[in-house]
Write a new protein. Structure first.
Length: 232
């Protein structure tokens, strides 16, 4: 009977998604709301990347909430997956099993690729106001480099104190810029507190590049802590 109901549920979902796929019609022109943002964001914020402009300024409170959720996830994972040896609990049977070291290919590959990954992550973070990218995407790229570093050097330790301080300072600076937007601009995280600059230039779009850099630092540090905790 359980299999019968499972089959019925699968068929029901299949019919639902099939109807959505059949009725899908690609939009040939942007909506009036999309047209409004596509014209107003570059004109008002000076950011060619409309998505980044909306996420960092118009949806500033939402972005702050997303970063706070990521921080709580990192803290929760740290509490749940902290190593038993660090917590002072006695070692269990099998703790002394020696894992085979990573191959020479992994180590040499990491030494070559890691600088490129970190450089690309910094590029994605700093150019988020000009092209596809931003703080969240660049922070994830940096965290992937940290994961590769852990695979190549499993015995290496990550300094959680430095990551925690870096993440906290980036979060405090992010909130302070938001408050400056209220005091000097027209709202929380108003990017007009800094000069807008020339449209399309690297130093442009007001405070958006600064906010994006802070988000990248915070997200990269938090994801790195989560990855390291899973390693424990």
């Amino acid at each position: 009977m359980r299999r019968f109901f499972s089959l019925v549920a699968v068929l029901a979902f299949a019919g639902l998604f099939a109807s959505l796929a059949v009725d899908y019609d690609e939009r040939s022109a942007v909506s009036s709301l999309a047209r409004h943002y596509l014209t107003e964001v570059p004109a008002d914020l000076g950011a060619p990347n409309v998505v980044t402009g909306i996420l960092i300024t118009f949806r500033g409170f939402d972005t702050l909430g997303e970063v706070a959720v990521l921080f709580m996830v990192a803290a929760s994972v740290g509490l749940l997956l902290a190593g038993k040896k660090e917590s002072g609990e006695p070692a269990q049977e099998g703790d002394d099993v020696v894992e085979p070291p990573p191959s020479e290919l992994v180590r040499n590959g990491a030494e070559i690729v890691l600088p490129m990954i970190f450089l690309f992550g910094a590029y994605v973070i700093l150019n988020g106001h000009l092209s596809a990218g931003g703080g969240f995407q660049g922070g994830a790229v940096v965290a992937s480099g940290v994961m590769l570093l852990m695979l190549a050097y499993p015995a290496g330790a990550i300094n959680h104190a430095v990551l925690s301080v870096t993440e906290s300072l980036a979060g405090v600076a992010y909130v302070l810029i938001g408050i400056l937007g209220i005091a000097l601009g027209s709202g929380f995280l108003d990017s007009h507190i800094l000069p807008r600059g020339d449209f399309g230039a690297f130093i442009s779009a007001g405070a958006i590049p600064v906010i994006s850099a802070l988000l990248g630092i915070k997200v990269g540090a938090e994801l790195s802590v989560i990855i390291d905790r899973f390693r424990s």
